[in-house]
Each structure stands twice: as structure tokens, then as C-alpha cells.
Design a protein. Sequence first.
Length: 292
Amino acid sequence: MLSLNQENSNWDPFKPKIILKRLNIIPKKRLGQNFLTDKNMANRLILEAKLSKNHDEILEIGAGLGGLTFILIQNAKKVHAVEYDFKLYNFLKKYVSNKENLNLIYGNFLKIEIPFYNKVVSNIPYTMTGPIISKILMKDEIPEVYMIIEERLAKRIVAKPNDKNYSRLSVSVNTFVKPTIIKEVSPHCFYPVPKIKLAMIKLIPHQKIDIFLKDKNNRKSYLDLLRGIFPYKNKNISKALYLYLRIFKVGRNEIYNLLEDNQKEKKVRAFSKDDLLKIAKLIKLKELWDKD
């Protein structure tokens, strides 16, 4: 049986053009399929994750042709590799599924449950970055994350209040983890070459998360609040809260009474994650989410 041995150039997973042609697969743009061609970049991602063969159980989202997968199973205790493209899943099932520490999973990561993992190491589908990160942040025990993503989104993730890139993603991610951009990644490390700039990032969970967010319903409400007000990030907070909370039949006076005087005319983009968490707690305390 053919193997993904790195010495077998005909089946080198870092030469995706050859394999895809033999499999009669055309990369799907809607799935964000851009296959890693630079083994050094895969090794750098592994190096940053500091994997332990004895302890680390890894989630890989978008296993593709198995380039990163093959290195992961050599360096981790367990690898849960998820692939949504059925042809690619069948390819992986045939050539790498005989590894005892590999759990190959067919399906959409956003719609399936994954066994325990403590780290995420992935070259994820770029079209799904936001939803993927959001799902990871909803875990009771948030894992460390090492990913290659679109540079534009990486800059939004690390942005601070009043930065031009500051967004809902900035607040939601920084509430739960400390994000760092490790390095820029050339589009030419992939096939097909994407028309976007890329970056390698890491997300390290905070040692302590506010007790309010330990409750999954509170966590969801907090993330819903961010989703509701950040389309109006250049408006003042009272206006943005009204536009969001009016679906719960909350009036302007109730919102004004919720805020401190020095906050009422402050733009949404100027609020820190801690400020916004305090507002979420007050909304919960006054039961504004629960109004008929």
C-alpha cells in the first residue's frame, strides 16, 4: 500500500498539485481549500505548539492531504483530524488511518462533537475562521490554539480599543485568551496560492476567567451582546445598546440608567473587554435579556 512517506515524492502531501490531479479533485474556494506546500511552515507550527508525545491530544481542523496530520501523529499522544471533503477524507482513510494515535473524523467541525483535546494545531479553512474560533471559545476548558489564518483577521484579533481593526472578534477572543501573531506567512506556501495575506497565530487561555463566564448561558449572552453592538462600533454605547436591546423591548431610559455618566456618549470602539463584561453583568442583573 502506498504511504505518505516523505521520501515518496509521488505521494508527498506537500506537493498537493500532483496528488489532487491524480485524485481528480479541484480545490473548492467556498471551503477555503488551500493546501500547505511548505513543510518548514508545518514544522514551525508544530514547534510553536511544543507538543508532548505523552500528554497532548490535538485537534486538527481541515486535515486536507495529511501533510500537517502526518507530522502531528509523530509528535502527539492523540490526533483528532477533521475533514469535511469526502474525497479527501477517503484519501486520508486509505493512507494514514492505520496510525493508532489518529482519530480521523469526517464532518463539518461546526456541527459535530469532538473527543477531548487540549491543543488545536491547524491550517484552517480561511472562510470559516470566525465561526471556528467562536466554537472553540465556548468549550468549558479552552485549549491552546496554533493556527494559520488570514492576516486581516489576525490583526483584528490582537487589536486594542480605538485601533482601526478593533472589532467584536478582538473583544471576544481577548476575553478568554491572550493572542499573539507569531509571523506572517507567504501565500506562496500554499496551493492554490490564495489572494490574501496570511499569518500564524497562537491563542493561550487566560489562567483565570471571570466567574460570570463560567456559566455557558452567560457566556453565550455576552458573546451575543458583542455581536449585537459591534455593527455600531462608531456610535455611542447608549445608541448601540438601544439598537441591540430593543428586540427585548428595552427602552432608552433603562439603557441610560444602566450606564455610568462618563460612558453614555463614549463610542463602542473605545470600550475594553472588561468594560463590556461589566455591562453584560448589569444587563443580566437587571434581567433586561429576560423581558417579554
